[in-house]
Design a protein around this ligand. Sequence first.
Ligand code: NDP
Length: 328
Amino acid sequence: MCTFRAIVIEKNDTSQIVGLKDFSEADLMDGDVTFRVTHSTVNYKDGLALTGKAPVVRRFPMIPGIDGAGVVEASGHPDFRVGDQVILNGWGTGETHLGSYAEKSRVKGDWLVPLPAGLTPAEAMAIGTAGYTAMLSVLALEKHGLQPSDGPVIVTGAAGGVGSVAIALLAKAGWHVIASTGRAEEADYLRSLGAAEIIDRNELSGPMRPLGKERWIAGIDAVGSHTLANVLSMTRYGGAVTACGLAQGMDLPASVAPFILRGVSLLGIDSVMCPKPRRLEAWARLATDLDREKLGQITTTIHLENVITAGHDIIVGKVQGRLVVDIE
Ligand code: NDP
């Protein structure tokens, strides 16, 4: 019987049990491409799955891991051949379909993106869903017609994965980036990524005023709740804010005032079911626009053995930047 190493989540009557074990290849789920996973990463959602803090996993046993990169071993899909390097983000992997904290994965070829020229699999996972979501957010601001000469942009959850990549991308494009963080000790790190100003997240996380002083023309929010409501209330006339995350909370205790009095727009960002053409656009832009030195600077490499601990760390906000899981 062929087996491979994988992190597996099982469930009994009262709790979930997570461990690194051998998994049978015969138990892989349906798909027309099988690939050798060489790298993965740990996102906030992976932390939720690994700790069981939110009901992310909807099938047991589950191999968590919403992101993977690797090399095709077998393919019945016209776009992929044996030896091709591929990236996988989302589509329910690690939630309803076996994910990427494993040496092997079998998925629908339609879910895969070819590794863009110029990126290594490790770099693609340093970017991961967090970085690709940051890029989707930047694209959304651009499609709204906003540009650096229009004014400053605020990034919330700045020292996290989405925030760190967003700052690097925006600064490289010429934006004046205001980084909102709860970790004052990360100020040098955020400046090195390109943040021009740093504000304490407490300025934004309290009760919302319907309209505040106009401080930025754009925002990328990974935090939700009061923070997003306050970001909206301080957005300049005609500006836009993208919402991708819920690190503070799922709620949005906001007022319609910014929308109806300042023409502010709230742009939703979903990475999981995002259509393939937009994924390809985002990955192509990441390959050309993201400074590799900065990416290296925000990345820490771990191994499958460290993933469960990392999942706990990311949930309590102890992870800086991005984690790459080296599975080779
Ligand atoms: P990280 O944990 O790396 O970053 C989240 C950051 O949010 C933290 O580093 C911290 O930043 C800040 N934060 C944490 N707790 C609070 C709090 N209580 N109040 C205010 N700020 C807080 O996660 P990711 O960057 O990977 O993901 C960010 C969010 O985006 C998550 O909610 C995630 O689920 C979501 N997401 C959504 C996607 C989508 O498709 N829509 C895709 C990817 C992520 P600091 O220390 O700087 O204050």
